[in-house]
Design a protein. Structure first.
Length: 472
């Protein structure tokens, strides 16, 4: 039969390909052994072996049929040769690891290669999204003996053991989350020699790789503190450059650069190694009121011009999102793709860099001014605070809301739903910091940027609540 004749004709070709494949595998094994012998002679060789092992681990989930996976390692797509077509999954991992290490640079010291590999692993971890379920908050604990006036900002350490707050009394306070013990860093209104801020503090940021705490405020100065310093210690260094009140400060994860937003309509980028301003970005047509960042070089800002802007610092450009009716007072980044904004119009919008329209919206009404937002990083849950002292939690995802029946159109619809009853807080929620095990709120008798809502019966202080949830 003709099919049997064709099979007999193709048999020698298949045998030749199989022999060539075995020869290539043997060649790769010999190259690997030679590399091990060469690498064992010095520290750089050992570092390259560890780097290759790490790169192979990064590609452990590569499928041999996925021809486009080389793009993930930064390479350009190329036509598949016969060798690539017939290579095994192990051979493909070795090839991708070699290409990856080649792009890092053969002349780089082993320590630099290891640092680059660590950064790439951290970036890959940030891209992994988690589904947050069963969110629960514990009993409230409020510490009100640190600030004399409204608390305007708060941040947490990575291990959730320490909180830092700033207030309208010009001071910065370090708190022990478990015991409530505090250490006050000095500050006094219009006292320029006090060793700290001489105007209201509006934002704080912990830079753990450099053991620094950055604080900014109405005095238009960026101040750096030793976050482990004892009580009443003065600031270590200052940076100046803004011409208006500085409303936000964030730092990159490696502690190399700092971003500040201001009412002078600018976003400044500071190099923490040289302590100099390296770039000033303009785009907002009015003051910038809030700032957040999760991905390197991608800060998000909200302003009194009713817009939200996603900045691409390396490309010196930005994207503008303008669906709010009033000033944007709160922004937070959930993951590398999605971020949220809250406004005085009572709306919370979920955004993506791929769409100019909101992916989902939660509406509280015009009388519920959104004053603070903070999302679970890489998750689908966000906490929000309002000027009337209500702490709420939303979950954004596809499908019907809790307690509703699913309809045919709900499966692909992205929506925001409240996952718990609003929690009453004794004051205006000016800032929220979400950790792994605790939620910290900066509360006060008035809003952090003014005195539009002043309630003497409320409290100024730091509110802490235990947090528990499951990641899917």
């Amino acid at each position: 039969p003709p099919f049997r004749a064709q099979a007999h004709a193709l048999a020698p070709i298949a045998m030749v390909l199989k022999k060539r494949k075995r020869a290539e595998v043997g060649g790769l094994s010999a190259v690997a052994k030679a590399a091990r012998r060469k690498g064992s002679s010095g520290a750089n060789g050992a570092a390259e072996q560890r780097g290759a092992a790490a790169a192979v681990a990064l590609d452990a989930n590569v499928d041999s049929d996925d021809e486009a996976s080389s793009d993930d390692m930064g390479g350009a797509a190329a036509p598949a040769s016969d060798e690539e077509f017939f290579e095994t999954p192990d051979e493909k991992r070795v090839r991708l690891a070699k290409e990856y290490l080649g792009k890092l640079g053969a002349e780089k010291p082993g320590e630099d290669i290891q640092q680059q590999l660590s950064r790439d692993v951290n970036d890959q971890a940030k891209r992994t999204k988690v589904i947050v379920e069963d969110v629960k908050l514990g009993e409230q604990r409020i510490h009100k003996q640190g600030h004399r006036f409204a608390v305007t900002c708060v941040c947490l350490s990575s291990d959730d053991t320490t909180a830092y707050t700033g207030g309208k009394d010009c001071t910065v306070v370090r708190w022990d989350v478990e015991t409530g013990k505090k250490a006050v860093f000095p500050g006094s209104r219009n006292r320029f020699d006090c060793g700290g801020h001489f105007e209201q503090v509006l934002s704080v940021c912990l830079i753990e790789p450099r053991s620094l705490l950055a604080s900014v405020g109405v005095d238009r100065v960026v101040r750096f503190w030793d976050h482990r310093a004892p009580h009443r210690s003065s600031c270590q260094d200052t940076l100046s450059g803004h011409t208006g009140s500085i409303t936000g400060v964030v730092a990159e994860a490696d502690g190399s650069q700092l971003y500040t937003s201001s009412m002078d309509k600018s976003l400044k980028l500071w190099d923490l190694r040289t302590k100099r301003c390296v770039d000033t970005l303009f785009g907002h047509v009015s003051g910038i009121g809030c700032l957040d960042m999760f991905t390197k070089g991608r800060p998000v800002t909200g302003g009194t011009d009713k817009t939200v802007r996603l900045w691409k610092v390396d490309k010196e450009t930005h994207l503008m999102f303008n669906r709010h009716a009033y000033a944007v007072d709160a922004v937070t980044v959930a993951d590398q793709d999605r971020f949220l904004s809250g406004s005085q119009d009572g709306n919370i919008h979920l955004w993506s860099h791929a769409s100019k329209k909101p992916l989902a919206t939660a509406t509280l009404g015009a009388n519920h001014w959104i004053t603070a937002l903070s999302a679970v990083r890489r998750g689908n849950v966000v906490f929000g605070g309002t000027v009337d002292g209500k702490l709420r939690c939303w979950r954004f995802g596809r499908g019907p809301a809790v307690g509703e029946e699913q309809t045919p159109g709900d499966k692909g619809l992205l929506r925001m739903t409240e996952v718990m009853e609003p929690v009453s807080v004794p004051g205006c929620i000016n800032a929220i910091a979400v950790g792994r095990k605790v939620v910290a709120c900066a509360v006060g008798k008035e809003h952090r940027l003014g005195r539009w809502y002043y309630d003497r019966s409320q409290k100024n202080g730091l509110l802490l609540m235990p947090l528990s949830y499951h990641e899917g």
